[in-house]
Design a protein around this ligand. Structure first.
Ligand code: HEM
Length: 142
């Protein structure tokens, strides 16, 4: 063999001098896989959503309360929007978790940024899910 070993591949060091020690679990593996699979699903869900909302028929011109009420009368669109909400929130939240781990320099900063992230994720997931399932098209006129 004549292969030369003079060229070595190197990776940049992370911005943060310290990262939490690796734990003995497969969480990061599943989280890596989840980012790829949810990313694939989001391509279909988000591009489909954008196409329907902004291009199909009259695009945004036709969106009003009645349009939303009509869509959410169908379990199919409820499921579509629910999947988009949960996948985008978990995908974006998990991505931000990685960024916090990469950049936060102090353990306390990392801890509080993650608390802030998880609390905001929970609020958006709970509120969004409630809106989809409790939406009432017959709001009484006052
Ligand atoms: C449109 C479909 C999308 C695809 C195909 C996609 C794909 C990906 C993939 C593969 C990663 C992992 C990158 C890595 O590990 O180095 C990633 C990271 C990330 N994604 Fe997405 N994503 C999509 C939509 C979204 C949406 C809607 C959000 C926000 C709600 C989002 C926020 C993030 C964030 C914050 C990260 C972390 C970036 C980082 O680690 O530097 N993505 N995305």
């Amino acid at each position: 063999m004549t292969a030369s070993h003079s060229e070595t591949l190197t990776l940049d060091k992370p911005r943060s001098p310290r990262r939490p020690a690796a734990r003995r679990s497969n969480f990061e593996l599943y989280s890596w896989l989840f980012m790829r699979l949810s990313g694939l699903a989001l391509v279909v869900l988000v591009l489909g959503h954008l196409f329907i909302m902004t291009i199909l028929d009259d695009g945004v011109q036709r969106i009003n309360f009645a349009f939303v009420a009509g869509r959410w009368a169908s379990p199919f669109w409820q499921f579509w929007d629910l999947s988009m909400l949960w996948l985008a929130q978990l995908h974006g939240g998990n991505g931000l978790r990685t960024i916090i781990d990469d950049y936060a320099r102090k353990d306390t900063t990392r801890f509080w940024l993650k608390i802030l992230l998880y609390v905001s994720m929970a609020i958006i997931l709970v509120l969004g899910t409630m809106v989809i399932f409790t939406f009432d098209p017959n709001i009484p006129v006052t």
